[in-house]
Design a protein. Structure first.
Length: 200
């Protein structure tokens, strides 16, 4: 059996931090893992901005409550889950993910968690494991599963390369230029067709 591992933001739902940046008007928060490969560095950058602007977890959660899956994402995921097992491997946080998982039909997600202080400010992050996406692929392979991985950002590259098969999905030009050997797809139909060729 092949287990398909997918990134969440940019693949199935809009980028949470970009949505929040647009609602707050803080363009600095548009920086994502498409721009910054070091996730801890990116989150420290974000937390510093949140503290400067006096923004709390509940403010981000209010934005998330209005986010809807990308057009066609739920149908794509439903069709894929009829074919094989799917795990969403995301560097987002439990405190962000639930409303989005509800809209996607509660798929399995491996994510991280936040440390929130008494004032409701995000004080730190707790990664379930360093390079968690890569380690999940390695763990699945170690217990006999074949793996397929797809994502759109720097933090997806190691899992895509470690999987038995994989590709980029709607990745930015900078990542495409740096990884010309990886296949890229921009529609769910094309992605699903490629998956069918590689799932057994």
């Amino acid at each position: 059996m092949t287990v398909v591992c997918l990134d969440l933001e940019g693949v199935l739902v809009p980028e949470i931090w970009i949505s929040f940046a647009e609602e707050t008007g803080i363009s600095e928060l548009k920086r994502t893992t498409r721009d910054e490969p070091d996730y801890r560095k990116l989150m420290k950058y974000r937390m510093d901005i949140l503290r400067r602007e006096n923004l709390r977890l509940k403010d981000i959660q209010e934005t998330i409550s209005r986010i809807r899956p990308l057009d066609g994402a739920k149908d794509f995921l439903d069709r894929l889950r009829e074919m094989t097992q799917v795990i969403i491997l995301s560097d987002t946080f439990e405190e962000f993910a639930s409303p989005l998982m509800r809209q996607l039909g509660w798929p399995t997600i491996f994510s991280n968690s936040l440390v929130v202080d008494d004032d409701g400010m995000i004080a730190d992050i707790v990664m379930r494991k360093e390079e968690g996406k890569l380690r999940a692929i390695e763990a699945l392979r170690s217990i006999g599963f074949r793996t397929f991985a797809s994502g759109d950002s720097y933090n997806d590259l190691k899992m895509i390369r470690a999987a038995d098969a994989g590709c980029l999905f709607r990745a930015p030009e900078t990542i495409l230029n740096e990884n010309p050997d990886l296949r890229i797809f921009n529609t769910y139909d094309d992605l699903l067709s490629y998956m069918k060729e590689n799932i057994r």
